[in-house]
Design a protein around this ligand. Structure first.
Ligand SMILES: [Zn+2]
Ligand SMILES: [Zn+2]
Length: 127
């Protein structure tokens, strides 16, 4: 069981079971949503994820058709993204309080990488 929370602690969640492979996403939407050069995300089964506290404080923003970014409305932490596939969620690993015991497998959306981001690891890079 993994646990996570937003910056202010109003929203807490749990993930049962395994999380999917994680990636560093450089897409412009993740950059804008997080304010960081990269966001580290992994897929989780929607049935494995639940908010345990503060679900009423979770806001939603549809950043592109079918992609709904869920965040804490008090502190702004990005938490999950819902996609057109209701069986899966994208989890923002930066909000985990537990160690998922997996390491990112790749960089993705390099075509929208911030020009000032320097990648210093040897992970595979995908446009
Ligand atoms: Zn918060
Ligand atoms: Zn992204």
């Amino acid at each position: 069981m993994l646990q996570g929370s937003c910056l202010c602690g109003s929203v807490r969640y749990e993930v049962q079971g395994e999380i999917g492979p994680s990636v560093h996403c450089h897409c412009v939407q993740c950059r804008k949503a997080s304010g960081a050069s990269v966001t580290t995300n992994a897929s989780v089964a929607a049935s494995d994820f639940r908010f345990v506290e503060g679900e009423a404080d979770v806001g939603e923003f549809e950043s592109s058709p079918g992609n709904i970014r869920c965040f804490c409305t008090k502190c702004g932490s990005p938490l999950i993204k819902r996609t057109a596939d209701p069986s899966k969620l994208r989890l923002r690993l930066g909000t985990l309080d537990s160690d998922p015991k997996t390491e990112p497998a790749a960089h993705i959306f390099l075509r929208s990488k911030a020009p000032w981001t320097v990648i210093t690891d040897d992970l595979p890079q995908h446009d």
